[in-house]
Ligand binder design. Structure first.
Ligand SMILES: *[C@@H]1O[C@H](CO)[C@@H](O)[C@H](O)[C@H]1NC(C)=O
Ligand SMILES: *[C@@H]1O[C@H](CO)[C@@H](O)[C@H](O)[C@H]1NC(C)=O
Ligand SMILES: *[C@@H]1O[C@H](CO)[C@@H](O)[C@H](O)[C@H]1NC(C)=O
Ligand SMILES: *[C@@H]1O[C@H](CO)[C@@H](O)[C@H](O)[C@H]1NC(C)=O
Ligand SMILES: *[C@@H]1O[C@H](CO)[C@@H](O)[C@H](O)[C@H]1NC(C)=O
Ligand SMILES: [Zn+2]
Length: 525
């Protein structure tokens, strides 16, 4: 794979100038030879790391290296091997610092919208059910997933949060508020007028082939016993709808091969060649953090396992291809609680999912995009020395460069705001700051840490990935996806003719393969 061209040789501690120069020259050689792939994207996989800002990417890279007993900084994460990268400006129509519903709508719908709204235009204010009803279709933002569906592509949504949560909801729902996940969550003025998000998923999106995540409680009636725990107090619906049964009935009536699963062994047993529609709801609310996940048959699949299953089902649409959204949703949840270790572990599981997708698809016809919806006030700071444990304290020697005025040691990872604030900063000597549930310190006391304003990354490979090339508005991403795949707004307007003739040709691929094997042979020695 010529993807490997972008793998820098892994430097160990103590490289000499000759090694640094050689490393850079190899990168330059491959950069000079880069040729954009202008073909049509048959498949598109969009990865959204919720809250996966650049500072988190950076810390996760070091963390992964250190888990392998390396210094860490030199680690190459999967998306760093992609040929193109860009910045994304994440502000919303009404917010300098946005929430995940409005950013997901921008990424998937191609326009900026208002705080906490999902799949509706900026003419609809938060909780503006009446405005949405008044505007009708004109108030709705149609996602790239729905546009892909209209072209006959197979589609799927995979997330580690509730399937009704902000990011996945932006693929299929039109709601004036992201919190309206079940009927009891809809505000009184809107109840009975604007449908909740779970209802919309089942009753207006039964053509989505793969739906995998958490959030059963919005699908089952209150007092209905939960299939996993038997508890009757977790489910939420008051309208007596059993949306799982509704989904099963809809698929049965359409004579489709379908399966509903709620635990890992049933998920593992899905025969991807014999099932076309899958609904997986693996927990009442969000799924478990990867480091706490029950990996037994009664437990939950991982994000990468769900991604692999989804691709295996979707790629059977050999004629038209597919669109898949994969959300690493717990990175954000961990950051809000200032649990840095969990945020980094979730980032590595998200990377695992990207790795799986890259290995299961062909970059000649599959556009892979890895991005985030927004960042967090999370920082790795303190002139730390090379290889300093990323979850540890700033090493004593480095701390002396700019000594803490309170004379107490400090962690290199800190939050700008959040639950880790204490008026009298804790003395961290002897504290296990690498514990799973250690809460990093912050400057401002908040119950939940917030999002932040910084630009986030867009990493891409595959057809038209070079259109991510600079500093972009976040909602540009949906336009590139449509243009690359010749769907939606760009169906008749994607220069299809020129692209099919000037797109990557076989000799071009061979050239890359030759270059790759040449470089690989040099790197491995
Ligand atoms: C890293 O080193 C420790 C201690 O020597 C060892 O127990 C562990 O297995 C090593 N991990 C890896 C991934 O090599
Ligand atoms: C639940 O349903 C009952 C009966 O229809 C209704 O009176 C009540 O207002 C509903 N409550 C909520 C919170 O939806
Ligand atoms: C169903 O979804 C489509 C596409 O997102 C949308 O145009 C339509 O208005 C939705 N219908 C209902 C009843 O929500
Ligand atoms: C659930 O059970 C409680 C206690 O029996 C009852 O008061 C309530 O009305 C029930 N809710 C629904 C939606 O059936
Ligand atoms: C922090 O705790 C250590 C160990 O108890 C102690 O030696 C040190 O003086 C403390 N520092 C401050 C500033 O309290
Ligand atoms: Zn968030």
């Amino acid at each position: 794979m010529w993807r490997r061209v972008f793998v820098v040789l892994l430097p160990i501690f103590g490289l000499c100038s000759e090694d640094w120069n050689r490393m850079a020259k190899e990168m330059l050689t491959s950069a000079i030879k880069m040729k954009p792939n202008t073909g049509v994207a048959k498949n598109v996989i969009l990865f959204i790391g919720d809250g996966l800002g650049v500072s988190t990417l950076n810390a996760a890279r070091i963390y992964r290296g250190q888990k392998n007993n390396k210094t860490g900084e030199e680690t190459v994460l999967e998306w760093e091997k992609f040929p193109y990268a860009a910045f994304s400006k994440i502000y919303g129509a009404d917010k300098q610092i946005p929430d995940s519903a409005q950013t997901a709508t921008a990424i998937l719908g191609g326009v900026k919208v208002n705080y906490k709204t999902v799949g509706v235009t900026d003419a609809v204010p938060g909780e503006g059910c009446d405005k949405l009803l008044e505007l009708g279709e004109a108030g709705k933002v149609i996602s790239v997933l729905r546009k892909a569906l209209s072209e006959g592509k197979s589609t799927g949504v995979v997330t580690s949060t509730r399937l009704t949560h902000a990011t996945p909801a932006a693929t299929y729902a039109h709601s004036a508020h992201r919190n309206w996940e079940s009927d009891v969550d809809v505000i009184d003025e809107a109840r009975g007028k604007c449908h909740d998000i779970a209802y919309q998923l089942i009753h207006n999106n039964s053509d989505i082939q793969v739906l995998l995540g958490g959030g059963r409680r919005a699908f089952y009636p209150a007092n209905y016993s939960d299939p996993e725990t038997g508890r009757t107090d977790v489910n939420k619906r008051n309208d007596t709808n059993n949306l799982v049964d509704d989904w099963l009935n809809i698929q049965r009536e359409k004579n489709r091969k379908h399966k509903f699963v709620w635990k890992k062994d049933d998920f593992d047993n899905i025969d991807v060649n014999n099932v076309d529609y899958v609904l997986g709801l693996f927990s009442p609310s969000h799924m478990a953090y990867e480091i706490e996940r029950d990996k037994t048959g009664n437990g939950e699949p991982s994000l990468s396992e769900m991604t692999s299953k989804a691709i295996n089902i979707l790629k059977r649409n050999k004629d038209k291809g597919f669109f898949l959204l994969v959300e690493g949703g717990l990175i954000d949840i961990a950051h809000h609680d200032s649990l840095a270790k969990k945020a980094l572990e979730e980032t590595l599981q998200f990377e695992e999912a990207v790795k799986v997708a890259a290995s299961m698809t062909n970059q000649e016809d599959t556009l892979l995009i890895v991005t985030a919806d927004h960042s967090h006030p999370f920082s790795l700071a303190g002139y730390t020395k090379r290889g300093n444990p990323v979850l540890g304290l700033v090493d004593e020697e480095s701390a002396r460069i700019e000594p803490p005025l309170d004379k107490k040691p400090y962690t290199a990872l800190v939050y700008g705001n959040g639950p880790g604030y204490k008026a009298d900063r804790e003395n961290l000597t002897g504290v296990d700051t690498a514990a799973d549930n250690y809460i990093q310190q912050s400057a401002v006391p908040l119950e939940y840490e917030t999002h932040s304003a910084e630009d986030v990354g867009i990493f891409s490979q595959g057809p038209m990935s070079h259109l991510f090339h600079g500093v972009h508005e976040q909602h540009y991403i949906a336009h590139v996806i449509q243009y690359a795949a010749c769907i939606g707004d760009y169906r008749e307007n994607c220069d299809r003719e020129e692209r099919s003739t000037s797109g990557s040709t076989v000799p071009e691929v061979l050239r890359w393969l030759l270059l790759a094997s040449f470089l690989a042979s040099r790197i491995e020695t």
